[in-house]
Write a protein that binds this ligand. Structure first.
Ligand SMILES: [Zn+2]
Length: 153
């Protein structure tokens, strides 16, 4: 399982690099060398963060392509905006389809754990657990009873 997670992380890294590579040469050509390097680093980091967040929370990250474009557009000249928007949409779209396929195949539960509870219909709860917890807000009472049972044992 851990190996699988490492492989998926490597794949996600490929996607963020691909998005970065598709836009890096469009970064403000009139900025000086130092500024351009700083811009490149920032753009790369934004690409990585977007893909990481997408992998961690594919169900609740609305319009990730638009969010990324909003975050990085200021590093590109006005003449490159359309191309950057297009590249970001393509790249983030590809990453999203990849993640969706993994989730559907059950290989990649969105990168993060799902709530460990079982719903009344007998299905696994699909909600995201509270930070650092095993259960979502509606099932957090289960965590307490598990902890109490463990303490009593
Ligand atoms: Zn739950």
């Amino acid at each position: 399982m851990e190996e699988q997670v490492a492989q998926l992380q490597a794949c996600m890294y490929q996607y963020s690099r691909a998005i970065y590579r598709s836009v890096k040469d469009l970064i403000d050509p009139y900025a000086d060398r130092q500024t351009r390097l700083a811009y490149r680093r920032t753009v790369l980091r934004e690409c990585e963060q977007t893909v990481e967040r997408l992998a961690a929370d594919p169900h609740y990250f609305a319009r990730p392509d638009r969010a990324l474009f909003q975050d990085i557009r200021r590093y590109f000249p006005i003449t490159a905006q359309a191309q950057v928007a297009w590249a970001v949409r393509e790249g983030v779209g590809a990453a999203m389809s990849f993640i969706r396929a993994q989730v559907e195949a059950g290989l990649f539960d969105g990168g993060v754990a799902r709530c460990k509870a079982t719903t009344r219909k007998g299905k696994a709860c699909q909600r995201t657990p509270l930070p650092g917890r095993d259960y979502c807000p509606s099932h957090q009472h289960l965590e307490r009873s598990v902890a109490r049972a463990a303490a009593a044992a």
